[in-house]
Design a protein around this ligand. Structure first.
Ligand SMILES: Cc1cc2nc3c(=O)[nH]c(=O)nc-3n(C[C@H](O)[C@H](O)[C@H](O)COP(=O)(O)O)c2cc1C
Length: 190
């Protein structure tokens, strides 16, 4: 898969088949994340891989899904096979939003190439996540990337003034994406 296809095909998936991910794939995703761009080359992030019960279940219980759709959630029967948790070293930085974006995008695009679906989540309480992962004190969980084999479809649809994703008659997700003309406000190329 080329990078362009991975970018276009990646959509957040919130319903997964109940089959495991090969452990070496999960390790490789973190190995690739090491190479993302990072301000000042500080590299403030480290990672936790969670794929085995009961920890996998405990992480699942802390996550909130699809805030725009109050009647939808990812159910236990369709929960992710694994998680990569992005951890910020609080001794190195108070916040590193850019690094978190770069790292999570790197992981999700690499996952896409491996045939894995993903959803990055910030809707959880880090204070509850920390003891679950038994993290060293200076490591703060900022983002969780849910991973697995997709059991639903999600597609980009043209933006018509509403940014909220919705579900179609088959229950699949539709994600409004702005047009090039909506986002390209200046260009000097012909
Ligand atoms: C920083 C960040 C935090 C997110 N947190 C959540 C979350 O807690 N729960 C969830 O279901 N989706 C979450 N998402 C997924 C977004 O809802 C999703 O990326 C957006 O609707 C666009 O859809 P797409 O990823 O399919 O293009 C998050 C995405 C980002 C980038």
């Amino acid at each position: 898969m080329d990078v362009k296809t991975a970018i276009l095909n990646r959509r957040s998936i919130r319903k997964f088949e109940q089959r495991p991910i090969a452990p070496e794939k999960l390790t490789q995703l973190v190995d690739l994340a090491r190479f993302h761009a990072t301000g000042g080359n500080v590299q403030p992030l480290s990672y936790a891989i969670v794929s085995k019960d009961p920890l996998r279940q405990k992480v699942f219980d802390l996550l909130a899904w699809a805030a725009y759709l109050p009647d939808y959630t990812c159910t236990k029967e369709h929960q992710p096979a694994a998680y990569i948790v992005l951890l910020r070293d609080e001794t190195k930085t108070k916040a590193c939003m850019y690094d978190l974006g770069a790292a999570s995008t790197t992981i999700m695009l690499a996952a896409e190439e491996m045939g894995l679906a993903s959803c990055v989540l910030a809707a959880f309480d880090p204070k509850k996540m920390k003891p679950v992962l038994e993290l060293e004190d200076h490591l703060h969980p900022d983002l969780v990337i849910a991973l697995g084999y997709a059991a639903q479809e999600s597609k980009a649809v043209p933006f018509e003034g509403n940014i909220k994703y919705y579900r179609d008659e088959n229950g699949n997700f539709c994600v409004p994406k702005k047009r090039l003309s909506d986002v390209l406000v200046y260009t000097d190329v012909d």
